[in-house]
Design a protein around this ligand. Sequence first.
Ligand SMILES: Cc1cc2nc3c(=O)[nH]c(=O)nc-3n(C[C@H](O)[C@H](O)[C@H](O)COP(=O)(O)OP(=O)(O)OC[C@H]3O[C@@H](n4cnc5c(N)ncnc54)[C@H](O)[C@@H]3O)c2cc1C
Length: 372
Amino acid sequence: MTTDTLGPYRLTDAEQSLLTTVTELATGFAETAADLDERAEIPIENLRALTAAGVERAVLPKDVGGEGVGYQAFGELIRVLAQAEPSTATIFLMHAGAGIALAQLTAPTLGSYYADEFLRGARFANALSEPASGNTFLQPQQVALPTAGGHTLDGAKRFVSGSEIAEHLLVNALVDDVPTFFGVEPDETVETIPIWDTLGLRATRSQLLTFHRTLLREDRRGRGLLPTDFAAIPAGLPSISLGIADAALGALVGHARSRVIQGRPLAHQQWVQFEVAAVESRLEAAKAYTRLALWHADSGLPQTFGSLSRAKLLANRVAVEVAQLGVRIGGASGYLKTSPIQRHLRDAEAGQLMAYSTEVLSGQVGQEILGI
Ligand SMILES: Cc1cc2nc3c(=O)[nH]c(=O)nc-3n(C[C@H](O)[C@H](O)[C@H](O)COP(=O)(O)OP(=O)(O)OC[C@H]3O[C@@H](n4cnc5c(N)ncnc54)[C@H](O)[C@@H]3O)c2cc1C
């Protein structure tokens, strides 16, 4: 999905210019992707380059002082990043989701504090998933207890992408039985437990955080979510998988064209052509559906969340299919650590796990169709 193939969906000149800048930056990000994966290191230089290019200002909604790109441009931005270096895309998506949410949810009470922090380049992370909540990260089970100046949280949040560099966390907990959002500036009461040694998306360093009677300040408390809030994370998650799928397809095509077996490139074998046609068509269909879902979001239509759920389900699955075909076409050489093919498979699997997982989405969509 290059920016000139968005079909009927139009970008403004400013959005097009942003995507050109991000595409140029992403070319450099791709060069260090294998190394970041090997070392499981946060791609801080990539994130700083995005900030220097004004990406935070571009994605911050207009009602809180930003330029407010639309969902179509936002999705494409995440896809371009994910194709180059998916951990950068994931950390940036979580950072944007938390920063934008805190800016919008606290604007009525706190003014522009979080918007200003986001624009100055402060780093944000989502500390929402709980050890006992499964995938339902918006329904916390942990209770915040009242104290002077707010509430305290004793508990844990897990798989917090980019948490080690975060200056602000978006945290949720139950207050009077109601899920409630707070902004937290991590201090000595927030402990990082270094659990993140994974197969894929290794450079996201999505660690476990333990909260030891951490103060959830009343003046950092947000209002509830509204349908008009910018839903960065649901809009961006399908594009993480689409970008990984594009990278996986590029790697398998490169291998099929360059690997010569009995005098002919592997690409000349009919089974390879048939299988590539099958997965590439499904990938294009998932991209087209994702663009439709983002158009629903840009148009403020009520089916937006159902469409984005289906887009994530399709994108997560097709990324794994493309990456698995890459392993078959790559043979043992694609299985070597030096090949990008194996990395794309590991990264593709992670898309299915991030909430909402493909199982949870299948349940939601299936129930909707069956009227349950
Ligand atoms: C790369 C990566 C980055 C992440 N980044 C963040 C982040 O920045 N912030 C954050 O808060 N979280 C983050 N997460 C957490 C993620 O979004 C999930 O909430 C979390 O992974 C769920 O826990 P789990 O993976 O151990 O699976 P579990 O919840 O233990 O699920 C195990 C199995 O049960 C299924 N399952 C779980 N719940 C249900 C249900 N209600 N109904 C039906 N089936 C269910 C799952 O699909 C899965 O098959 C990240 C996860 C990954 C993999």
